[in-house]
Design a protein around this ligand. Structure first.
Ligand SMILES: [Cu+2]
Length: 174
């Protein structure tokens, strides 16, 4: 955990805070705390991730779009019901950053107007908030718990008997 915290602080100070969106976005970032954050780079003629394969995120995730190269925008082709996401229509040059928190579940499709003919299209798939599909029940099955309790009980009895014999058996011999 210590390493993670140090890393996050370094990122915030050196990159986000000073260079680009420190003035505009700091307040919003604090407000969005609690959700996951994901970065999509607009680089050459692709959204990475998003173009080669869809970006899958959970509802409530904030996606930070980072212009690594010049002359991109985010023109929205489709959003799920309940979303009014409009992307970022103005064409921007690096370094520019734009972020949005995706709440409505479904598929978001968008493209870059200057590079649409080069295949610069992106897809974000927003799924339900969850634990990532892991097991939700107790990790230890009931029979194992029972066996464990029985084993503990047997151990306690054995230790108790041993203590009894050590204590009183020893005195008897003297
Ligand atoms: Cu582009």
């Amino acid at each position: 955990m210590g390493a993670d915290v140090a890393g996050a602080q370094t990122d915030g100070n050196e990159t986000d805070g000073n260079e680009t969106d420190g003035n505009e976005t700091d307040g919003n970032e604090t407000g969005a705390a609690g959700g996951e954050r994901v970065t999509v780079e607009l680089v050459d003629y692709a959204y990475e991730p998003g173009t080669d394969s869809p970006l899958s995120i959970e509802s409530g995730t904030t996606v930070q779009f980072v212009w690594v190269t010049d002359n991109h925008n985010i023109a929205v082709d489709g959003t799920p019901d309940g979303s009014e996401w409009e992307g970022h229509e103005p064409v921007e040059d690096a370094p520019f950053e734009y972020e949005n928190t995706f709440d409505a579940e479904g598929t978001y499709e968008f493209h870059c107007d200057p590079h649409l003919n080069l295949g610069m299209e992106g897809t974000i798939e927003v799924g339900a908030t969850g634990d990532g599909g892991g097991p939700t029940g107790p990790a230890v099955p009931g029979w194992a718990l029972t066996a464990g309790i029985l084993t503990m009980g047997a151990l306690a009895v054995a230790v108790g008997l041993g203590y009894f014999f050590l204590k009183y058996g020893g005195y008897e011999e003297e």
